[in-house]
Design a protein around this ligand. Structure first.
Ligand code: GDP
Length: 194
């Protein structure tokens, strides 16, 4: 994918506020602090397009970013951060589920995991939920630069077993080294063409 332009369009919590469903959308999901903002910024070659936050769980909105006039990247609020107040956590489910289950132009969801962690119950549920709704999912394992080769192989096996996916089905990524960037765009483009 040759990214010529990338810009923030708007934030929304409810369908009335989504931009018109005119171009295919790729949504990004994962637990807070997993590296979602960094990953999107690497994909579009813009350092600060998506605000990376040192306070996880602060961005509780659905953020829409237009790429090249013909694609929208959708940053879904991160889940699973304990310090988020209970009432905010209660809104997360309906907000994200409404988007995922009703958005007609949704092409696929990029589900992001941290190479250093065993997938949480929420990660597993999210993947099951996407499967149940027949929404194509691309699983990305990020922060790969943080582990040695051996540790990485061990974690890859754990993640693959927990999710019931082969290693080839997952994209190994690093926002630091940009490993996995082209492969991830390739997987995304596959679903856009479908
Ligand atoms: P978000 O809350 O999911 O959007 O996560 P961020 O993108 O804000 O990243 C959370 C923290 O992890 C930040 O301190 C990032 O610099 C760091 N981070 C994100 N991706 C990577 C990566 O691939 N490698 C390393 N070493 N750090 C990363």
């Amino acid at each position: 994918m040759h990214v010529k332009s990338a810009e923030f369009v708007k934030s929304a919590t409810r369908p009335e506020h989504y931009p018109p469903a005119e171009v295919p959308e790729i949504a990004f999901a994962g637990r807070s602090n997993v590296g979602k903002s960094s990953l999107i910024n690497v994909l579009v070659n813009r350092k600060g397009l998506v605000r990376t936050s040192s306070t996880p769980g602060r961005t509780q909105l659905i953020n829409f970013f237009q790429v090249n006039n013909d694609l929208m990247l959708v940053d879904l609020p991160g889940y699973g951060f304990a310090r988020v107040p209970a009432e905010v956590r209660k809104q997360w489910g309906p907000m994200v589920e409404t988007y995922l289950s009703t958005r007609s132009c949704l092409g696929c969801v990029v589900l992001i995991l941290d190479i250093r962690r065993v997938p949480s119950d929420e990660d597993v549920l999210m993947l099951q939920w996407l499967r149940a709704y027949a929404i194509p999912a691309v699983v990305v394992v990020t922060k790969c630069d943080k582990l040695s080769k051996n540790e990485r192989a061990r974690q890859a096996a754990t993640i693959s077993r927990t999710l019931g996916l082969s290693r080839e089905e997952m994209v190994f990524f690093s926002a630091l080294s940009r490993e996995g960037k082209d492969l991830l765009w390739g997987r995304i483009e596959h679903f856009l063409a479908a």
